[in-house]
Write a protein that binds this ligand. Sequence first.
Ligand SMILES: [Ca+2]
Length: 490
Amino acid sequence: MTIDRRNFPGTLAMLAMALLAACVNSSSTKTDTVTADSLAAESSIAAKSPPNFILIFTDDQRWDAIGYKNPMVVTPNMNELAASGIRFDQAIVTTAVCSPSRATLLTGRYASANGVLNVDESFLNEDEICVSERLRDAGYETSYFGKWHLKRPATPEQCGFDRALYFEGIESYFDTNLIQNGEPVSTSGYLEMNMAGEISDYLREQARSDHGGKPFFIHYSPLAPHMDRNFAWPNTEETRRTYESLDPPIPNTWDSNLEGKPGYLATSRSRRRAIEVYGYEDPEAVRQHFRDYYGAVTDLDKAVGQILDTLEQTGLDRNTYVIFMGDNGWLMGEYKMTSKLLAYEASIRVPLIIAGPQIDDGQISGALVTNADITPTLLDLAGLPVPVVIHGSSLKPLMKDGVREWRSSVLYEAPSSQHEVNPIRSLRTHDWKYIQTHELGNLGKVIFEELYDLSQDPDETTNLAEEQALRDIKVLLRRELDNEVIRTSE
Ligand SMILES: [Ca+2]
């Protein structure tokens, strides 16, 4: 790639303005301004108060593993949900691995502040408050279904959920062992369809009884499309047949060398597993993984469809928001790598859809949004104040057409070494990504920098960090990253 130096000063000026706007906006979230703004917009988005919520947080679903982005993936129900509300095409998770992403979802706060830095030491700091606790305290009936992946709180019930049907960490797609009321429960058949059945039963019961006027908050955390405990994506027979003749393209970067990337990646776990265990030197192995993975998304889509059908049949859809998001992406052969955590697009970008009362159909937002925004969005839609300790911002102001002031950059962090990935910090704007690789076990000591012009290089192939003409851009991005690290560290 070449740099067009004639356009460079203009590009830099635009970037500086965007970053300045970001600084102004991010500092404003320190106060209750976001809530005040939202109240000002009350006339445009106002459900009957208080609304119900269903939060679906899928596992390892890449941003492009959904039908509206990739027609090869059969997801009629997820597509319909997007068509009936707003989808966010630039949704990023603040840490791309299960437990930290979930802790940030539940608290609205970055891993560095909430204490859940990695999957092995997933202890939420004692003084953190989950959105489920906040909603329950405000009068909501709170239910949890699916994967639980925190060691503290050790159970959904300890995190403010009145009831839970769940499993810890990883399980099987079929004939799954679950926990209910502290007791083991055996199930038969496909996990997600069983969960959809349980949630549908709950919804029908809600429709029959007003539960003392209590609104409900359902958090459904599917295992799909995460690999199962055997590192596979077992599909239902019908779905397997759907994909058996598919010939999916492999990533553009599959055969690229790692020039411009941190040297350790060449022998890292992500690459060793991909090549030695999954056979990614053979493109057919990557294609088969795509078939199985897309199949897992399609099977999940049927479960999501059942929940949405029940919502509609019961009439509860008129006062229920559905929020659908992925917890992190998944490298599927990019640079012959697998897994997540790295700051590249396939790892950090996820689908995000919100549908519900008075959200206009078919909206597509390009705003930079994160999993830290979900807790403040839930609180805001419930008419509750958004505490200043929350790092994310309510998405409510974005749910109506029209220009809104919004952040122009997002901090990504993987602050703790895990899965042989060095600590990482990154700043993502609409057009640029700046990545710092820190010394192993030594967050704070930058040993490698990357800079990508996403507008020209969406596959992140050409590291521009040493490009002299872009030095000022790198400095601006680094300064904004440092500001965001400070803002989100406590
Ligand atoms: Ca995950």
